[in-house]
Design a protein around this ligand. Sequence first.
Ligand code: NAD
Ligand code: IPM
Ligand code: MN
Length: 353
Amino acid sequence: MKASIVVLPGDGIGPEVTREALRVLKAVAQKKGHELRFTERLMGGCSIDAHGVALTDEVLKECQASDAVLLGAVGGPKWDDPKAKVRPEQGLLGLRKGLGVFANLRPVRVHEQLLDSSPIKPDRLRGVDILVIRELTGGLYFGQPKGRDRKDGHERAFDTLEYSDFEVQRVVELAFRLAKARKKKVTSVDKANVLESSRLWRQIAADVGGRNPDVALDHMLVDTAAMRLVTSPATMDVVVTENMFGDILTDEASVLAGSMGMLPSASIGEKGPGLYEPIHGSAPDIAGKGIANPVGTVLSSAMMLRHSLGLTAEAKVIEDAVDRAITEGCRTRDLGGALTTTQMTDEILKRLS
Ligand code: NAD
Ligand code: IPM
Ligand code: MN
């Protein structure tokens, strides 16, 4: 098959990890006779430096016209001035909105050989296989109004957490569809004891649950979910939640897998290209050292093959190679090993079947 993929390496370790994912994608494409065309573009801080904005209209259009978008990470101290008018993260949010990718799939698996890489006790981690579905184009990130003004003689800042019924419904329905191919269990996470938006969320989730009696639905408050995620993660399967709760819970969940560098993600919408990125950021503390773990991005590229290009077997080839490399002891520094970013990828490449 032929496909065209826009690659947005971004900032910090973004270019270091996307480079490696591209090596893996190219190797698999060559092995299986697929023609993948990659177009690299600027997005994030690097785009601010070159064009004054984090995402140009031109790059957004190219992404919209592509089959899939692969992203490293954006941001960093250079662009972190709280007073700055433009921020790298605006590019990422604009891209997610512009592609309409309302569901961010973040699988969290714990590799048997990495039980000791987590600070959580191994007996709690065994068998963990969670799929967090994070709503991605609504909630606090996008609600209006947001801004600053003066109130009662004080400077005030405000954001708006809003959800419409259809935004909740489409992501919860997706969670149920995906749950049917798994353990038929959905945990909907909210803060319905406090937030009106969460009460709507819970009501819609219950409606969807009522129409899908073959799937068990439970509702959990987000603070409890944060606790359960480390005390009894193996009891969770599909978790669906609003934008910011999902962001925070998945960084927490990365601790189960041993490192932030391990977790991939796929952002998908009703139709059109998906967006694929690791859950980690630009990691300024290790950028430029060649030691970042490429696994999250390599696994994101496997998710791209599966969800956007329909290449299930090829996705599995990549996932199996990563699995074997880890089973056979290959580790970057974040997991207590000594392999560089490139050496870790070399080990994955050797194991592509
Ligand atoms: P971060 O995820 O970049 O880093 C958190 C910690 O995890 C750091 O100690 C880092 O070294 C480590 N880490 C992350 N990825 C790693 C990898 N692949 N291998 C080994 N270690 C890894 O979070 P942060 O430092 O809070 O944020 C840095 C910047 O990244 C900020 O500007 C933030 O906005 C941005 N960010 C971007 C994205 C994205 O583009 N999708 C996601 C998260 C954060
Ligand atoms: C992520 C990041 C982003 C988010 C930031 C950089 C906007 O933390 O992809 O998880 O909060 O969505
Ligand atoms: Mn995040």
